[in-house]
Design a protein around this ligand. Structure first.
Ligand code: GDP
Ligand code: MG
Length: 786
């Protein structure tokens, strides 16, 4: 009977817990484990929840939840005893009898066979159960469920042979039948029979079982055919990626069958057979956002939560599945869910250019493609049919992949800077014009200085980089939306594994060259926590666009003939240090490195809307940073440099005696060995707020420098620096700026994404230490050379 049927005060022993993945896990964590005694503290009819006592604790369960737990009650045991041994003293054997019955019931396993038509389900059914059901080499032979029982290693296994289906949507009666069977009378274990000689199509059904969050064991059947073709498959890895154990079988000759049922039993007993784990298929950023929104709404209904995986319902409802719609539309807050779904469906249509259903199917195939690309080796190259296959043959080719990739990156970077220069000059001119305008209309005084020198100059010096950033993000969005980015992750995956990273880490690292903040946020796509944290720790070494002006300034002043080369060296130093740091961190961080699938979506021409929106979303983050952090920082820096005010003194002396000057001098001893003067120290301190501010504050502080005659190609600031800063110190300064504290916005992003302040502080201290050491080394080497 079910736990929910017990009355107040009755005792029982748990025989079985059923239900979908996360639900079952929760019950087991609460102590509802087979063989444990449970007592009803209070079960008021029609009232929720019911209170139970288990393992000496009181817990309450909803009626719906309790109905998923099968128990043996005292009453049942008594009836059993009465019928079997009428003469024995009852109390003496009652407890033992309950336990025995629970054990027996607990050793009945219901296994449902699910698979495409013609994959060998009935063959498997016949071999295992010793039946003689008709096996046919055409589809549609099994029209309804057949049950067969057999005993294996002390378990009574009931096999249910379900009709073959390609999918579990609500299109055909077979599909509906199978799905209803799985949802309404969930088996203890789903045995997914997969035709290995036709694996790609078969895995589509598997992907849907993953959504349903069922305990699945895969029989990779027709393994003989796969082998006779000469193909190879990494079964262990495939199992890891899909989160389920995979057993090769040949149902014609009953090869692999004992191992298969050993695994089924292991799965049933929750002994986490080898590779079983709960995974989600990543449907891509936009779809996942929609799924999450609907899922959160559905989770409000506790009974629904107990009965189904809400993620599964959300996916199906988004797909506009009519049967799931009936379930959802029976909810008291159905209107809210429906309008959320309609909004999300419209958003997906707008952004991805396909309806939600189509997009979800595509995402599942991208997942399958990714999983197979990592595990399946064809004996001979399969013929290339689709455009995607043809493009992939070129861009993921052993020899061409890297050159193509590097060429694309080069194009993107150079376009970012050359195209960006025009709007950059316009914005620069506009900021200058606005500054002049305010300077002319405002009366002299501190307020005017604040507006013109503080706010407009400060924010303006950063705003000029917006075009570069938008252009970079425009290209990154194109790479993402066409599907090329997914390939780059694939190409670099092997290399990245040496660093304890994953192919997916690569994209955020490339984005780091734009701005570290969105790059750190982009690490969300990395499932493994270890890879994620290492990636986050490395991103600050990717020289962001904010650091570029400093390098341009100094490289232009000190290496006029080889500025580009100097720039390249700086960027490379960052990358090299990122790699070295990864190697260190890889050892230091606890390994939870679970493999996951890198989705390989088909190539697609992205919609202008999607590109526009993705570019804008990222650009918006940059603008927000300017409206908040940089605005406040500009005002603070301005104020610190402005006060205490003394109009008698020349500007540069006044600067030196300002609060800012004092702060700069306070940290000076720590930076002395690197040869920086107090103004450079101040620049570095302002760079903590945003790297872009280093140049603007240097500009302010060197403004009053008495100059000997200047080189006409240099700006005023460049000449000033050239005449006051020796070359080795300039090099040390560039290195220091490259590596030290990644700016406040990044610091906060690190905290948010890792969930810990300790990581943010750790990375901050680490980068400062590395910056100091390498700046010093750079200076010493340079002094030896020149
Ligand atoms: P169902 O539609 O999933 O029930 O598939 P059946 O059990 O009816 O099998 C379809 C065909 O595949 C039959 O001709 C079987 O003999 C054949 N078959 C089943 N398992 C294997 C296998 O492991 N290897 C090979 N080569 N053929 C198999
Ligand atoms: Mg059949």
């Amino acid at each position: 009977m079910q736990l929910s049927e017990l009355h107040t005060g009755e005792r029982a022993v748990i025989a079985k817990v059923s239900g979908h993945g996360s639900f079952r896990k929760r019950l087991i964590e609460m102590g509802f484990i087979r063989g444990k005694a449970v007592r009803v503290v209070l079960n008021a009819p029609l009232k929720d929840p019911i209170e139970y006592e288990i393992l000496g604790y009181k817990v309450s369960l909803r009626r719906e939840e309790a109905s998923k737990i099968e128990v043996i009650s005292e009453e049942e045991a008594k009836i059993h005893i009465a019928s079997e041994h009428a003469d024995e003293a009852l109390p003496a054997i009652l407890d033992r009898e309950i336990q025995d019955l629970a054990y027996e019931r607990g050793h009945n396993i219901r296994v449902a066979l699910v698979g495409n038509p013609n994959c060998g389900k009935t063959s498997l059914f016949n071999i295992a159960s010793g039946s003689h059901e008709h096996v046919g080499n055409y589809s549609g032979v099994t029209v309804d469920a057949k049950e067969g029982k057999f005993e294996y290693k002390g378990y009574k296994i009931t096999l249910v042979d379900l009709p073959g289906t390609y999918s579990l949507s609500a299109y055909s009666p077979e599909e509906l039948y199978v799905r209803k069977n799985l949802l309404e009378t969930p088996p203890d274990v789903v045995l997914n029979v997969v035709d290995a000689s036709n694996i790609e199509r078969n895995l589509y059904l598997t992907a849907q079982l993953i959504d349903m969050s069922m305990p699945v064991v895969m029989a990779l059947n027709m393994y003989d055919e796969l082998q006779s073709k000469g193909d190879k498959i990494d079964i262990e890895q495939l199992g890891y990626l899909l989160g389920m154990p995979v057993c090769p079988t040949v149902c014609r000759s009953s090869k692999g069958i004992p191992d298969l049922f050993d695994t089924v039993i292991e799965m049933y007993e929750n002994h986490s057979p080898r590779v079983s784990r709960h995974i989600h298929i990543n449907h891509g950023h936009e779809l996942e956002q929609s799924i999450d929104r609907i899922k959160l709404l559905l989770q409000r209904d506790q009974d629904l939560r107990a009965r189904y995986s809400t993620r599964y319902l959300a996916i199906k409802y988004l797909e506009n599945d009519s049967n799931i719609a009936k379930i959802v539309e029976a909810l008291p807050f159905a209107d809210e869910v429906r309008s959320a779904r309609d909004e999300e469906a419209a958003r997906i249509q707008r952004l991805l250019g396909t309806n939600a259903e189509g997009a979800i199917v595509d995402a599942k195939y991208a997942f399958i493609q990714g999983a197979l690309a990592e595990t399946y080796t064809h004996a001979e190259r399969p013929p290339k049919h689709t455009l995607t296959d043809k493009i992939d043959a070129i861009v993921t080719n052993k020899w061409l992949a890297f050159p193509i990739f590097i060429a694309i990156l080069y194009l993107i970077f150079s376009a970012t800077f050359t195209l960006g220069e025009y709007p950059m000059n316009w914005i620069d001119a506009l900021v200058g014009w606005i500054g002049d305008l305010f300077a002319s209309i405002m009366v002299d005084g501190w307020l005017k200085d604040l507006v013109v020198d503080g706010i407009i100059a400060g924010v303006g010096s950063v705003l000029v980089f917006l075009p570069n950033i938008l252009i970079l993000y425009f290209f990154i969005s194109i790479m993402e939306d066409t599907g090329y980015m997914a390939r780059t992750a694939f190409i670099v995956d092997k290399l990245m594994h040496h660093l304890g990273l994953h192919g997916k880490s690569f994209i955020p690292m490339v984005m780091g060259f734009g701005c570290n903040v969105p790059a750190i946020m982009a690490t969300r796509t990395i499932e493994s926590r270890k890879s994620r944290i290492i990636t986050i720790a490395l991103i600050p070494f990717m020289s962001c666009a904010g650091r570029l002006p400093i390098f341009v300034l100094l490289a232009g002043a000190f290496f006029p003939a080889h500025a580009a080369l100097a720039l390249l060296c700086v960027y490379c130093l960052g990358v090299v240090l990122a790699i070295l740091s990864a190697l260190v961190l890889k050892k230091a961080i606890k390994d939870d490195d679970l493999p996951f699938v890198m989705e390989l979506p088909p190539y697609r021409i992205p919609t202008a809307k999607a590109i526009g929106r993705h570019t804008w979303e990222k650009g918006k983050q940059y603008l927000q940073k300017m409206a908040t952090t940089i605005l406040i920082a500009s005002i603070v820096i301005w104020a610190l440099g402005y006060y205490p005010k003394n109009d008698e003194l020349p500007r540069s002396v006044q600067q030196e005696q300002s609060y800012l000057g004092h702060v700069g001098k306070a940290v000076a001893p720590a930076l002395d060995p690197l040869g920086f003067d107090w103004r450079m120290d101040v620049g570095l301190i302002t760079g903590v707020a945003a790297k872009e501010l280093v140049v603007s504050s240097l500009g302010v502080m060197y403004a009053g420098e008495e100059l000997e005659e200047a080189d006409e190609n240099d700006t005023a600031l460049q000449s000033a620096l050239k005449q006051t800063v020796p070359l080795p110190v300039a090099i040390a300064f560039m290195i220091f700026v490259l590596l030290y504290f990644p700016c406040i916005a990044t610091f906060v992003a690190i905290k948010n994404e890792t969930g810990r302040w300790s990581w943010a502080w750790g990375i901050c201290l680490y980068t400062i230490a590395i910056a100091w050491i390498f700046a010093w080394i750079g200076k010493e080497i340079c002094q030896m050379l020149f």
